[in-house]
Design a binder for this molecule. Structure first.
Ligand code: ADP
Ligand code: MG
Length: 371
C-alpha cells in the first residue's frame, strides 16, 4: 500500500507529492523538517503477500542501494542522505532533482540529437567510472534510471548495485536488470562486470538517439541477428554516435569499447566532432557546452564546420559539464602559424658549397626543391 501524502517519515520527512514511479515503488517530493529543505523519498512498495526471506532481501537491497551510492561523491551519481526502515518497509532519502528521466524525455520529445545524447552519455560514463573505481557495479543502467536536469545527467537507482564478486542476491534467484538493457553475456549467465554496465550504457544511448530500444519487437530480431553475425546494428538516426554505439554493443565483452576510449569518443561527439578524429583546435569556448536540440533528419556536417562559431544556434539547450568550465580568456588557443625564418648565413654558405661540389642528385631534398 502507498503512504498517503502528508505522511511524516522518521518524524522528519513530510511526503508532499509523488514525482516518479519505478519497478520498486514511488518516489516522493518530501520536506525535511529538521533541515528545512526539499528531498526525494523513495518508498519501496512491497507485495501484500511476501515471505520473510523476500522481505528481508528487499530491505537489504535498499540498504545496499544507500551504501553503494554513499561510497561515491560524483556530480552524476545521485546523493543519498538517509535510509529508514519504517512501517515494516525500507525508504530511501536522497537529493531531490528537478529532472525528467531519460525515458520520459524520449517519450515526450522523441529521439535526442546525437550531440545531446553523447553529452548525457559522457556524464553517465563518468558516474560509472567513479562507481567502478570503488568496485561497485550498477547492473541496471537504462533510460528510466538516468535523470536529466537543466545542467547535468545523474545516474540513480542503485537498487541492484553490488560490490564486484558479491553473490548474495544472485543466490536469492531474483532476475536482475531489464530486457533490452542487460548485456548479452549476463543473459547467458555470466556474472556482472564493468563491461556489462558499459553495454547497458550503449543500449541506453541507442534508445535515446533511435527513439526505440533494442528490445522492440522489430529491432530485437534485427539487433540479435546483427549482434550474433558481427554485422553492425541497424541505426538510422545515431549519426556521429553510431561508431560509439557499435563498439559499446559488441557481444564479446573482450572486444567491447573500454571506458577510457568510450569517454574520449563521447566527448568528441558531444563537442560536435566525429567519434574517431580529434577535434581541430578552436577558440576559447563559451563556458557551457551548448547542445543543439534535435533537428531531424540528422545531417552530418564536415568536421571543421560549427567549431568556429562564437554563438550557439537558436534553439539550443545548455548542458554544462563541470570539467569543461573555463575562466574567461582561459582555454584552447588557436596555434599561430609562424612564417618560416629566412635561412641563416651559415645555412646559405653550406648550400652554396653543396651545390658547387656535389652533383644535383646528392643534394638534400630541401635544396633540390628550392633549386
Ligand atoms: N532523486 C530524485 N529526484 C527526482 N525524481 C526522482 C529521483 N529519483 C527518482 N526519481 C523519479 O522516480 C522514478 C523511479 O525512480 P527509481 O529510483 O528508478 O525507482 P525504482 O527502483 O522503483 O525503479 C525515476 O524514473 C524518476 O522519474
Ligand atoms: Mg528505476
Amino acid at each position: 500500500m502507498r503512504a498517503p501524502s502528508g505522511y511524516l517519515l522518521a518524524a522528519r520527512y513530510r511526503l508532499v507529492e509523488p514525482v516518479g514511479r519505478g519497478g520498486m515503488g514511488t518516489v516522493w517530493r518530501a520536506h525535511d523538517e529538521l533541515l528545512d529543505r526539499d528531498v526525494a523519498v523513495k518508498e519501496v512498495r512491497l507485495p501484500t503477500v511476501l515471505d520473510e526471506e523476500l522481505r528481508a532481501e528487499l530491505c537489504a537491497r535498499t540498504e545496499r542501494e544507500g551504501r553503494a551510492t554513499a561510497m561515491v561523491a560524483h556530480p552524476s551519481v545521485i546523493t543519498v542522505f538517509d535510509v529508514v526502515t519504517e512501517d515494516d518497509r525500507p525508504w530511501i532519502v536522497m537529493e531531490l532533482l528537478r529532472a525528467k528521466s531519460l525515458e520520459q524525455l524520449i517519450q515526450e520529445d522523441g529521439p535526442l540529437h546525437p550531440r545531446k545524447a553523447a553529452e548525457i552519455g559522457r556524464q553517465i560514463l563518468g558516474a560509472l567510472r567513479a562507481v567502478h573505481a570503488k568496485g561497485i557495479l550498477h547492473r541496471d543502467v537504462k533510460p528510466s534510471n538516468v535523470l536529466v536536469t537543466e545542467d547535468r545527467a545523474v545516474l540513480t537507482d542503485f537498487g541492484l548495485a553490488a560490490l564486484e564478486g558479491d553473490v548474495s542476491i544472485t543466490q536469492a534467484g531474483i532476475v536482475l536488470g531489464s530486457a533490452g538493457y542487460i548485456a548479452p553475456e549476463r543473459v547467458l549467465g555470466s556474472k556482472a562486470s564493468p563491461a556489462a554496465d558499459l553495454w547497458s550504457l550503449g543500449a541506453t544511448l541507442y534508445t535515446a538517439v533511435e527513439g526505440r530500444g533494442l528490445h522492440g519487437r522489430r529491432t530485437a530480431a534485427a539487433a540479435l541477428a546483427a549482434l550474433t553475425s558481427g554485422e553492425p546494428i541497424p541505426m538510422t538516426k545515431a549519426g556521429p554516435l553510431a561508431p560509439v554505439l557499435d563498439a559499446l554493443l559488441r557481444i564479446d565483452p573482450a572486444t567491447r569499447l573500454d571506458s577510457v576510449r568510450a569517454s574520449l569518443m563521447l566527448t568528441r561527439v558531444a563537442a560536435g566532432g566525429s567519434a574517431e578524429e580529434p577535434l581541430a583546435p578552436r577558440r576559447p569556448s563559451r563556458p557551457t557546452s551548448a547542445i543543439p536540440m534535435p533537428q531531424p533528419p540528422f545531417v552530418r556536417r564536415p568536421a571543421h564546420r560549427g567549431l568556429h562559431r562564437a554563438d550557439p544556434p537558436a534553439g539550443t539547450v545548455n548542458v554544462p559539464s563541470p570539467r569543461q568550465e573555463r575562466k574567461p580568456g582561459e582555454g584552447v588557443h588557436r596555434k599561430r602559424v609562424e612564417p618560416r625564418p629566412a635561412p641563416s648565413a651559415y645555412a646559405r654558405f653550406k648550400a652554396t658549397v653543396i651545390k658547387l661540389c656535389l652533383p644535383r642528385r646528392f643534394w638534400p631534398r630541401e635544396l633540390r626543391k628550392r633549386g
